[in-house]
Design a protein around this ligand. Sequence first.
Ligand code: XBP
Ligand code: MG
Length: 236
Amino acid sequence: ELRALIFDVDGTLAETERDAHRPAFNRAFREVGLDWEWSVEFYGELLEIGGGKERIRHYVQQYQSDFPIPNQDLDQFVVDVHEIKNKYFGQLVVDLIPLRPGVLRLMQEAKREGVRLAIATTSDPHNVEALLKSAIAPDGPSWFEVIAAGDMVAVKKPEPDIYQYAVQALKLNPEDCLAIEDSNQGLLAAQAAGVKTVITINNYTRNQDFTGAELVIDSLGEPDEPFTVLSGDAGE
Ligand code: XBP
Ligand code: MG
């Protein structure tokens, strides 16, 4: 029985990556005097590393190996740059990034039917809160019984931990929950936690492998724009 919807955030609730997270990283690099610039295309590759801190660390190690940071200081550098990045994300997200089509309607209908709402994301909780307040309503965060985010678990998607955390906090069985995701990493995380998953693709994720998803659709649509089923057994 469906008791709760567990939403991913970035790419699922809203298209935050290209025009909010990405430029926020770039502004943070500039603020600390670095000329590092992540293009729209390159950022698509970097998205394979979930989590902002993890992404910065991966980039330094893979692409800036000459960067003069002693290894033991890399942790602090990453934390510092990520904090600056989140400041810019908070500014960029306000009024700029709307919810994806159909997301608000689904949330409202779920609330009306007594289906509980939760979040399971790799992103930092402050960033989640900024988006929910700006894109839903000032009381947006209170729509969700559980907001499982960022470092609340030790390992990020594609590991199942954040979904396990959310399901346990809801005091439900995974079979009673449905995940809404946009990426292969999110699907793997939800599946490994035993949570069935609907995928709403976006430009960064449309060519990924979604084997095992209940449904793969281009968006949650609106009442007057019925969604397109791209694959899956929607009618069964
Ligand atoms: C998206 C991510 C995050 C954001 C930045 O996760 O991979 O890393 O790009 O997050 P999800 P930070 O789709 O699970 O929400 O807040 O850590 O910078
Ligand atoms: Mg996502």
